[in-house]
Design a protein around this ligand. Structure first.
Ligand code: OGA
Ligand code: MN
Length: 282
């Protein structure tokens, strides 16, 4: 076992992991150790990697079943498990999915079984901009006033792929009725319990959550606005400033995240993304 250093962020959640070469020695770290670290920190940053599609997919499998993304336009030809994200255009064709994830969200929240983990690799990153923000929804939950937590306990909220698709895939073809029907709106608990740690987290997102079920619509909208405003508060947010070769892994069951913009007329940002299956939230 190689020497592995875990550097928790002193002022924020998340940790850097130092001492790994995931392309050449992916088994220097045991899967159980990775799971344990991500349970604690929520987001792990492993800098200085030299991955290709195969080694990214291979490493992603350490976390569970890798799920092919349902938006097929931007999957890597050699490894469909890898989705390419980019706002750049080459020869008139998009390099990858543009404007992906610019609203706060938890990946695939609108599926019956949303993904547990996402892995994002900085293949090409801009010198400035294009940061990824993460919000700790465990802390948001724990800091809620007791009366509000009681009001939300046992409630479910509705999430819509169609709403999210419209916002995120502005350059892609409009959603066909078939694809819309294949991704029906879905309800999940507003306060979700993490299946491994037992910790609760707020599980609604401004990307695709439409309303809280069985609640007066005005009250539902007011509560969602309050939760969305809360999660953006700087004390809940870690900003990841990318360097080329960074691999970032996060747990969608307890974090929200969002992309930020960059100047794609002068800079390139090309990210490789995989996602790992999760369970039905409870
Ligand atoms: C994602 C995502 C954010 C980013 O890949 O799920 O939200 O900064 N990406 O690219
Ligand atoms: Mn995302």
């Amino acid at each position: 076992m190689a020497y592995l250093e875990v550097l928790p962020r002193p002022d924020r959640f998340g940790a850097d992991i130092v001492g790994l070469d995931l392309h050449n020695r992916p088994h220097d770290v045991e899967a159980a150790e990775l799971d344990r670290l991500i349970d604690i920190h929520g987001v792990l940053v492993i800098r200085g990697q030299a991955l290709d599609h195969a080694s990214l997919v291979g490493f992603s499998r350490r976390f569970g079943e890798v799920v092919v993304h349902q938006v097929a336009e931007y999957l890597a030809a050699d490894h469909p498990e890898v989705m390419i994200l980019s706002n750049n255009v080459e020869g008139g064709r998009p390099v990858g999915a543009p404007n992906n994830g610019i609203f706060w969200h938890s990946d695939q929240i609108f599926r019956r079984r949303p993904v547990a983990y996402t892995l994002l690799y900085g293949h090409e990153v801009p010198p400035e901009g294009g940061d990824t923000l993460f919000a700790d929804m465990r802390a948001v939950h724990d800091d809620l006033p007791a009366a509000l937590r009681d009001e939300l306990a046992g409630r479910r909220a509705m999430h819509s792929f169609a709403v999210s698709y419209q916002k995120n895939y502005i350059a892609a073809a409009p959603l066909t009725p078939e694809r819309r029907a294949a991704n029906p709106d879905i309800g999940h608990p507003v306060l979700r319990t993490h299946p491994r740690t037992g910790r609760r987290a707020v599980f609604v997102d401004p990307d695709s959550t439409s309303h809280i079920l069985d609640m007066d619509p005005q009250r539902s909208a007011a509560l969602l606005d309050l939760l969305f405003a809360t999660l953006e508060q700087p004390n809940y947010v870690y900003r990841h400033r990318w360097r080329q070769g960074d691999l970032v892994i996060w747990d969608n069951r307890c974090l929200m995240h969002r992309a930020t913009g960059y100047d794609n007329s002068t800079h390139r940002r090309v990210m490789w993304r995989t996602q790992v299956a999760g369970d039905e939230p409870f």
